[in-house]
Design a protein around this ligand. Structure first.
Ligand code: GTP
Ligand code: MG
Length: 423
């Protein structure tokens, strides 16, 4: 199997912090709280773009960080939400968590979207905390941090373009000079036993997958040579490049033989768009025969290129034209539809208490640590609220039961306090 794979880092935007502010108006002696909420951080979303067929675009960018939400401001102004960051992937991309190896999502349908990390909620401003008993609360929440994770993207490559031709025509050489693939090349027939796949990239979003195939000979469709098995490989391609060796004894006959084999194999091979690359024009003999060969093949209705895989002459224009044809030829059907599966977020209920080497009590647990992150520790009212929350969650009681003593340090996430027992 041939895979294109890449590891990326995605981070959603942090939520903006809520603001603590009070109205100060000339004729309003006790202006009320007016701190606005922070905006939500942007999500990171994967979207299937049916025009992509490789993960090549990720060679330039591997980190995707969505915008943070803006902080809330005074005068009841809410922070703006961070923009969603959209990452385009080809159909057939399988996404797993790079750390756990767990399947995140299987993206199969054009247009299918999946949120891979969610932006943090914006913190609430102090306006939200006014109550009948506390009309001037100095409480504001911090925004939640955006989620972050490393993802592995994997795509099973299917060749868009197949190189067909007689053994020794120069198919593997052409693959080697246009892609990063390292196929075996040698001056004798049947060098290629296992076809290689390579990504041909004209630009960041202009790519196609090409494969060299073992040379075909007369009778291949009946199982002679190595052909039959590999004719099945070409069945799925969209465009064929027929490579002809201009220095072979009878290139025109070679051309006819291969086409006849494709017709007898059936399965629509003969109907695929076919470009003809007359190869080895760096050889004087090839150069000399080229005009007549070109005329004879063009007369059969084919588009002909005269190239040299060795010196790369005209290889670029052949590739450019191939790309156009790939674009114009309907996409192969997806190989079965895999239902979308979603990893549930890890359970973060509960907390645990431990002591580290220097005697500090450490409280850990997603829920309580998030509460600490959300607290703006600069405001006394916010701290009181955090303590009420910890009390309610049973953290204070559990610490007491664990035996925490007056004057000892307790750490919850970023927050450290010295224990004072009021009872
Ligand atoms: N002079 C010249 N030699 C070439 C050119 N392209 C390929 N060759 C040579 O032709 C021989 C066969 O090349 P391959 O690329 O292995 O041919 P192939 O079509 O993949 O052959 P099989 O895998 O056996 O079917 C090698 O010796 C290459 O160096 C070319 O443009 N000019
Ligand atoms: Mg080969």
């Amino acid at each position: 199997m041939f895979y294109d794979e890449v590891e990326i880092y995605v981070k959603a935007g942090d939520g903006g912090n809520g603001a603590v502010a009070f109205r100060r108006e000339k004729y309003v002696p006790y202006g009320g709280p007016s701190g606005g909420d922070g905006g939500k951080g942007g999500d990171v979303v994967l979207v299937v773009n049916p025009h992509l067929n490789t993960l090549y675009a990720f060679t330039n960018q591997r980190e995707f960080i969505a915008q943070n939400g803006e902080h809330g401001r005074n005068k009841d102004q809410f922070g703006a939400g961070g923009a969603t960051l959209v990452i385009q992937v080809p159909a057939g991309t399988v996404v797993t968590d790079a750390e756990t190896g767990e399947l995140v999502v299987d993206l199969t349908q054009p247009g299918q979207e999946f949120v891979v990390v969610r932006g943090g909620k914006g913190g609430r401003g102090n306006k939200r905390f006014a109550t009948s008993t506390n009309q001037a609360p100095e409480i504001a929440e911090n925004g939640d941090p955006g989620e972050a994770r490393r993802l592995k993207l994997e795509l099973k490559l299917l060749a868009d373009v197949g190189l067909v031709g007689k053994p020794n025509a120069g198919k593997s050489t052409l693959l080697a000079v246009t892609t990063a693939a390292k196929p075996k090349i040698a001056p004798y027939p049947f060098t290629t036993l296992e076809p290689q796949l390579g990504v041909v990239a004209l630009g960041r979003d202009e790519t196609f997958v090409m494969t060299d195939l073992p040379g075909l000979i007369e009778g291949a469709s009946e199982g002679r040579g190595l052909g039959l098995e590999f004719l099945r490989h070409i069945e799925r391609t969209r465009v064929l490049i027929h490579v002809l060796d201009a220095t072979a004894p009878d290139p025109l006959e070679d051309f006819a033989t291969i086409n006849a084999e494709m017709v007898s194999f059936g399965h629509g091979l003969a109907e695929k768009p076919q470009l003809v690359a007359i190869n080895k024009l760096d050889m004087p003999e090839g150069r000399e025969r080229f005009p007549a060969l070109k005329a004879a093949i063009a007369a059969q209705g084919y588009e002909v290129f005269g190239i040299s895989g060795l010196t790369r002459e005209a290889v670029r224009s052949l590739i450019g034209r191939t790309y156009q044809l790939v674009q114009a030829t309907p996409i192969r059907e997806t190989q079965g539809i895999v239902p979308q599966s979603i990893t549930p977020p890890p359970a973060e209920e509960g907390f645990s208490i431990a002591r580290d080497a220097d005697g500090t009590w450490v409280v850990s647990g997603g829920k309580v640590e998030r509460a600490v992150l959300r607290t703006n520790l600069n405001y006394f009212d916010s701290l009181l609220r955090l303590h009420a929350y910890l009390e309610h969650q049973g953290v204070i009681k559990a610490l007491r039961e664990a035996g925490v003593q007056e004057g000892e340090n307790v750490r919850i996430g970023e927050y450290e306090l010295e224990w004072r027992d009021e009872e």
